[in-house]
Design a protein around this ligand. Sequence first.
Ligand code: BGC
Length: 736
Amino acid sequence: MKKHYIIYCTASFAAAITVSVGSIDAQPAYLDASRPVEERVEDALSRMTLEEKVAMIHAQSKFSSPGVPRLGIPENRMSDGPHGVRAEVAWNSWESAGWTNDAGTAFPCLEALAATWNRDLAFRYGKALGEEALYRGKNVLLGPGVNIVRTPLCGRNHEYMGEDPYLAGQMAVPYIRGVQQNKVSACVKHFALNNQEERRLSYNAEVDERTLHEIYLPAFKAAVQDAGVWAVMGAYNKYLGEHCCHNKYLLCDILKGDWGFDGVVVSDWGGTHDTMQAIRNGLDMEFGTNTDGLSIETDTPYNEYYLADPYLELIENGTAGTEELDDKVRRVLRLIFRTTMAEDRGFGSFASPEHSALARTVAEEGIVLLKNRNGSLPLNPDKAGKVLVVGGNAILKTSWGGGSAELKPEHEITPLEGIREYVRKNCPGTVTVTYEQGYRWDRPDLGDSLRFAAVAKAKDCDVVLYFGGLQKWDGKDGESIDRQEYGLPYGQDKLISDLADANPNLNVILVAASAVAMPWADKAQSITYAWYSGSEAGNAIAEVIFGDVNPSGKLPFTIYRDLADCGAHATGAYSRDSDTAEYREGMYVGYRWTDLKGTAPLYPFGYGLSYTAFEYSGVKLSRQEISLSDLDDGEEITVSLTVRNTGERDGKETVQIYVRDVKSSLERPYKELKGFEKVSVPAGGQAEVNISLGKDAFACYDDVDDCWKVEPGRFEILAGHSSDGITGKARLEIRQ
Ligand code: BGC
């Protein structure tokens, strides 16, 4: 007799679908969420027609792909990522869908998250993001981005987590776990070597094998192996002459082969170029064909996508078999059973006060204090007097813009609003706030007059707070085009310098997500890096400026004095005009390059001040010697040290552990980050910090034997508060 089952595809759609499953008595296995995913996958696959299978592996709209309506298997619904859930775009264009219920929480950009060096916050950030995605009916969130910051000019650095592969991996793993805890898939991107936006659709990355494994792959590997990410997005660019979205070496050999990835590979939007390569080289889902994912529209119908009718034709005429197709469909089904059709999937929450509070906490912990002459900050709310706020970034809502990472925040507090509100609540009688724009990007003709007005006011105030930096649009921190210059745009250097001449009590707050030149650094009393900090940006900044929050962020990248101090530029490798991106600097990215050259950066990787001071003492190892076989067996070395807060405020400090291979047959960077821990230390108190180092901390990639190796010999374990602030070291001998 014929049975009917009610399937609740996703509670958030509150949709009930009745399907007929033929004359059987038992419930089909694929509908039973309590059964193992693999069993459900095989069962569903066995019920699907060839056409249904092919339909499932390409888009049906800008951000969705079909399910199997006949079987009650729901669609996949994706959304950018990575700092919030993007507003709805129209079904078939990049236009806004015009919804009024899609304004969510804007979290600080990923570079700001990385600057917290706080794994727990990364988990909570991911969890909240997953909740927002769940509420919005999405089962895939297109983030995090873990491409390494190779050059400060890359337009998408704000979507990435810094220059160091270990830091990026350590922050990505909890983020992904947090998202996926909601039964929403994270989608780590852009695999791999998408380290510049210029010519991103066409450049071929020429990088040596060792650098690929040591610098550009580890964060992806951690996402797959440590976080168990369910989706990976291919990059637009090429590697070994093949587009990364269907790149045999990256996708079949490394990702699915060596790393055992069992999830889906999603193309970047418009990143698919060939049916046969897409079939054979590891792509599972095709999106955005004939668009660049951002601006180019296309009228290519979805059934003409590479993995649509052209694939069916190749199967029907015998050129392609169905083995690869079944593998792709298995992966897509796995994604659906892990997410939309998973057991006990919740409902999520959206734009909630809790998410806002979390966005504020992340913003507070990510802000980096770079310079603070004579304790210029924090301002004393009882004595600050006449405060002049200057700069376009003081009134800019930065969650908007940036390309696909653009957000429509339910609210966003600008720095000026945050400061005014702080003063209104806490010190209305003692502090006055006035504002001068100083510069306008849209009116270069007003440049001089705005500057003169700001400088005149600066002469007549007690303190100047200058808010400048970059903006999230083309040619600045924006997608598809790299920055045009290392310096600040719109004549800001001159403005800052003139302000400092007018009033030495000048505090510069940079709103940006990449390193910038600071020719005026000596003139500023204080310099603070405040990122694109999301919905609560202004409140977090005000709390740091007035001292309610003691800054504890540390730079996730090096700020070079000059662009030529960065390896990709020093070697002349970075090019806007060539379809070949030579990674001539090899593994010497960021601090690895400045270490090699002995160049002092303006502010080093890992650097950040506090309103209190910390002292490190007693760097000790749990043992001075260890054998290779012990390391192979999973034994670890524990580095311990004491951090004392010698100042008068409670604070947080991130202790960083770098490993140095003193003598090695293979060339190695001077030192590499291999551990860190952020600790809270009360004023006058101390904290014991223990950081474990396993085999990976000592290994390097041997490109002759194609494997990771630890070479016996002497190592130094360096503890410090930044890559240039090593305060203690210990020796370790690794025996054969
Ligand atoms: C970007 C991706 C993004 C996609 C969808 C592409 O242009 O590179 O990161 O997820 O568009 O918006």
